[in-house]
Design a binder for this molecule. Structure first.
Ligand SMILES: Cc1cc2nc3c(=O)[nH]c(=O)nc-3n(C[C@H](O)[C@H](O)[C@H](O)COP(=O)(O)OP(=O)(O)OC[C@H]3O[C@@H](n4cnc5c(N)ncnc54)[C@H](O)[C@@H]3O)c2cc1C
Length: 470
């Protein structure tokens, strides 16, 4: 343990307790451990990984990622961390046309581009430029201080879509993007937040690319391995599972973290989870209003991740990439999920927001039929009989509190957004939501975790250097 003389070392179970064994908490713990800072991770769940959730074995066709999975081409912190842990990447995108199911028809889109002869293609392309321009205006460093922040934060994305675009299909496409990327409906999300989200994800092309950008590669063997390997590196005994934090009490000498009757003491704490998850913890003294309000008012999306596995990648043989945008039936966004080493080929569907609400009200059999019907329409009868089918309902995950990411309704970002990142005494905030960029992604989780760790390590190491000089 680092010499913490002056900080009553005997009372500490670790220098730092990291709360949450997702990728962000894991990245924070590894940074601290590498610098000689004693760290413990406490995790509510019975597994490590959080919103990355890999079933490595026993799944027909190969390892199954039930949560985050795609690595972006600019996700440098994640790539560096995973690679340093000995993980290998494999490219994700498949060759071929993307597919759009809209206005009752199936349209193929070579080079990710809609057919220019469609009546609304020109307006659609201009609409994406308009979203990029809005994102540039808001930025990601201090969106709450951007020009017109209050006005943009008083408007929902649905209102902006209605005011800005004419063709109903352009409106439907923008609505679906919010459903898919945030797991919420456009009528629930602040325009300021959506513009910030697009900005912090480097713009529309990076965010939404179906084979490059944020959907560029995967970890061979699954995404949760990043956290598992970190647990191995710092020592599995340093990761306490089934340890839901219920209360955190700060005092002049340290901080005590409670799970019911159990408690641990440290000099600092990193809370590495979404704001709404942190809202289940009681804080003593009470959190400043801005952080308390943020935690209470920024929910997670509502989300299904659905996977159908087949004996062959027949869609690629037909000239289709497997990427599919469906505004007609299920409201699903589909991507190919087949890794070279898999024995079955996978199509992954994402259903969020009001489409989630609609489909969660149906039985699992009806949902499966709905998804398979979309795939048959898009890729033909070979899609009718998957060898394996799996769905993950993220909204039912007690500790994640939904998926894939946090969104903010109107009035939250401009009033309380700054509280996302600021430490409060001995408490530092990580979790992907605290990252300047790629918040909502594994990359953001790694960045926020490493940043919180760097701030604490600097403080602790400076403290021990001062002690050494005396
Ligand atoms: C279906 C889905 C698909 C996604 N796709 C992608 C993708 O392709 N690429 C990508 O980069 N990202 C993707 N994401 C997002 C990505 O998975 C997350 O951004 C990232 O994993 C968040 O990591 P985190 O450590 O910040 O938070 P989390 O993973 O949420 O970790 C928080 C941890 O804290 C724990 N916890 C909560 N409450 C308590 C408590 N009271 N006490 C102790 N522990 C607690 C939780 O159990 C959890 O383990 C996806 C997410 C989902 C759900």
């Amino acid at each position: 343990m680092v010499n913490t003389n002056g900080f009553a070392p005997t009372t500490y179970d670790a220098d730092v307790i990291v709360i949450g064994a997702g990728i962000s908490g894991s990245a924070a713990a590894k940074s601290l451990h590498d610098q000689g800072v004693e760290v413990l991770i406490v995790e509510a769940n019975d597994r490590i990984g959080g919103r990355t959730w890999t079933e490595p074995e026993g799944m027909p066709g190969g390892a199954l990622d039930k949560g985050g999975m795609f690595i972006g081409e600019t996700h440098k912190h994640l790539i560096e961390l995973g690679t340093s842990l000995g993980l290998e990447m494999t490219p994700s995108g498949k060759p071929g046309d993307d597919t759009y199911m809209m206005l009752g028809n199936v349209h193929r889109a070579p080079d990710e581009k809609l057919d220019p002869s469609l009546l609304f293609t020109a307006e659609y392309e201009a609409s994406l430029e308009a979203l990029d321009a809005l994102a540039d205006r808001v930025g990601y460093e201090e969106p709450w201080a951007s020009p017109d922040a209050a006005e943009l934060d008083s408007k929902t994305v649905a209102t902006w879509i209605e005011e800005s675009f004419e063709h109903p299909e352009v409106k439907r496409l923008h609505t679906l993007f919010v459903n898919v990327f945030l797991g919420a409906d456009a009528s629930e999300v602040s325009l300021l937040y959506w513009a910030y989200y697009v900005s912090e994800c480097e713009g529309v092309a990076q965010l939404m690319g179906t084979r490059d950008g944020a959907q560029w590669a995967w970890w061979v063997g699954g995404a949760a391995q990043v956290s598992w390997r970190i647990a191995d590196a710092i020592g599995r005994e340093k990761v306490l599972l089934n340890w839901p934090v219920t209360r955190i009490a700060q005092d002049d000498d340290g901080i005590t973290v409670f799970s019911g009757e159990r408690s641990l003491r440290a000099r600092n704490v990193i809370i590495a989870m979404a704001p709404i998850a942190a809202n289940q913890i009681r804080f003593e003294p009470a959190l400043p209003t801005s952080r308390a309000q943020l935690q209470a008012r920024a929910p997670m999306g509502r989300y299904f991740k659905i996977q159908a596995r087949y004996p062959s990648t027949f869609w690629v043989e037909q000239g289709n990439s497997g990427a599919l945008v469906d505004t007609d039936d299920m409201g699903v966004f589909v991507l190919d999920g087949t890794k070279p080493m898999d024995s079955l080929s996978t199509l992954i569907g994402f259903v969020g927001g009001t489409h989630y609400d609609r489909w969660s009200a149906k039985s699992p059999e009806e949902r499966k039929r709905g998804f398979i019907d979309v795939l048959v329409k898009a890729f033909g009868p070979q899609a009718a009989e998957p060898s394996y089918y799996h769905e993950t309902n993220w909204t039912e995950q007690e500790w994640a509190r939904g998926g894939p990411v946090t969104y903010m309704p109107t009035g939250v970002m401009s009033n309380f957004g700054a509280a996302l990142r600021d430490p409060i005494g001995r408490i530092h905030f990580a979790g992907t939501e605290a990252s300047y960029q790629w918040s909502g992604y594994m990359e953001g989780g790694v960045r926020a975790g490493q940043k919180a760790a760097a701030a604490i390590a600097q403080e602790i190491l400076a403290g021990s250097a001062r002690e050494g000089e005396r």
